[in-house]
Design a protein around this ligand. Structure first.
Ligand SMILES: Cc1cc2nc3c(=O)[nH]c(=O)nc-3n(C[C@H](O)[C@H](O)[C@H](O)COP(=O)(O)OP(=O)(O)OC[C@H]3O[C@@H](n4cnc5c(N)ncnc54)[C@H](O)[C@@H]3O)c2cc1C
Length: 394
């Protein structure tokens, strides 16, 4: 038996590691068109991880993944830049009331979350103004904060380190080979069974099992293979900006303010992001500095004095792999034996990677999910109309 994994991002790394950890004997070959582990969306992400979600499947995947990040050093003996910074969602009154309803369920599942009153917000983020002038409110279409959601177990990691270490550990268990600069043209199957993958140069590599972890490129690869998956690439941008000393932001959490503007400290600077609402699907990742200047920084300025000095130091665009309900597709591809999907993480692949990789590895090696039942994330949900309705999205 031979197994091919397409894509060496964080997801390809997690599935490879967990297969080997579960004693999978087959040789695993991982193919990536780029030159190093995690070089695509993984390394371009903000590295944030939270277990504050409205749907049980996302709650379970992220809660388990946060535990795995926290214990990573014990598990592997290596570091991934883990920082238990927490997440702070600043909330308007209606949002606050919505979140209040989730708390009992979260506590039952062991999620460490609490609502805090507005007066306590500056204890977490110095000088953040929970109320501002009416003129500003009207101009920016924003409101007074009623309070905030505080997720104490949430964290930040270095996703490239995680990816690299997972591959290193998998290789140490034996029977794992990484192939870079190798683009897969298509997956070949006959009589409802995976036979091989065909590379862009025409070479065919036999495999009985194929795992698709190609992120934002999964849709086009499946189309070239004559198969169907609904995943589109959507650009998201991040900005590293100057952090004035006077802000005293050394130990702030990942903070989410108005309109989904989020920021956290990284090596003495601030990284800031916001999903552009009208972003059309496509592979173009050109970064737009004006978007930060006009659509992100003004909200920071409205809330926190001196953030007008947070000028851009560097910036980049990357891709989300987006599905019709903004949640991952995990499980078997129906009608093609040996083809497994673990892709389309729509902006939360870092924070779900450990638990998702573990669960799919169980399905492959043991025929069923053992730790977390991910059958609700199967591709069949779209045809069956069982979409996952996640409401806590940034
Ligand atoms: C700006 C930004 C911020 C983000 N912030 C966060 C965050 O804070 N927290 C979080 O959880 N998530 C975040 N994400 C999302 C996260 O980055 C992704 O969900 C995650 O990286 C998905 O991992 P992946 O392995 O599926 O994809 P990728 O890392 O993109 O890996 C897929 C790999 O497949 C390879 N590939 C594709 N097609 C082929 C082919 N035909 N042949 C060979 N190789 C191929 C690619 O080269 C790539 O290396 C962010 C994303 C962006 C862009």
């Amino acid at each position: 038996m031979s197994t091919s994994v397409i894509g060496a991002g964080i997801i390809g790394a997690s599935i490879t590691y967990h297969l080997k950890k579960l004693g999978y004997n087959d040789k695993i070959d991982i193919y990536d068109k780029l030159d190093a582990p995690g070089e695509a969306s993984t390394s371009l992400s903000a590295g944030g991880a939270r277990n504050l979600w409205s749907t049980p499947v996302n709650l379970k995947l992220t809660t388990e993944s946060l535990k795995r990040f926290a214990n990573f050093k014990e598990e592997t003996g290596r570091g991934i830049g883990y920082e238990n910074i927490g997440y702070l969602f600043c909330l308007y009154e209606d949002e606050y009331k919505q979140i209040e309803k989730f708390l009992p369920e979260w506590h039952k599942l062991g999620v460490n979350a609490e609502l805090i009153p507005a007066q306590r917000i500056p204890d977490f983020v110095p000088n953040l103004m929970t109320d501002i002038d009416d003129e500003f409110k009207e101009f920016l279409d924003i409101n007074q904060f009623k309070g905030a959601l505080w997720g104490k177990d949430c964290c930040a990691i270095n996703p490239t380190s995680y990816t690299t270490v997972m591959f290193e550990c998998a290789k140490e268990m034996g029977g794992v080979e990484l192939h870079f600069g190798k683009e897969v043209e298509k997956i070949i199957f006959t009589s409802g069974k995976v036979q091989a993958i065909e590379m862009k140069d025409g070479n065919k590599v036999h495999c009985d099992c194929c795992v698709l972890s190609a992120g934002a490129w999964s849709g086009e690869l499946m189309e070239r293979s004559g198969l169907n998956i609904s995943i589109v690439p959507i650009k998201r941008m991040l900005f590293t900006v100057y952090l004035p000393e006077e802000l005293n932001f050394k130990h702030i959490p990942m903070t989410i303010i108005d309109k989904g503007v989020y920021f956290r400290v990284e090596v003495g600077n601030l990284i800031v992001g916001r999903a552009k609402e009208d972003q059309e699907p496509g592979f173009d990742i050109t970064v737009e500095k004006k978007y930060y200047e006009d659509e992100m920084n003004p909200y920071m300025q409205a809330r926190i004095p001196k953030t007008e000095y947070c000028r851009i130091l560097s910036c980049w665009g990357g891709l989300y792999a987006v599905t019709p309900d903004n949640n991952a597709i995990i499980g078997k591809y129906p009608g093609v034996e040996g083809l497994y999907l673990i892709t389309g993480f729509s902006g939360h692949g870092i924070m779900e990677a450990p638990a998702a990789g573990q669960a799919l590895a169980e399905l492959i090696t043991e025929g069923d999910y053992k730790t977390i039942d991910l059958s609700s994330l199967s591709i069949e949900r779209f045809e069956e109309g069982n979409l996952i309705k996640e409401t806590i999205v940034i």
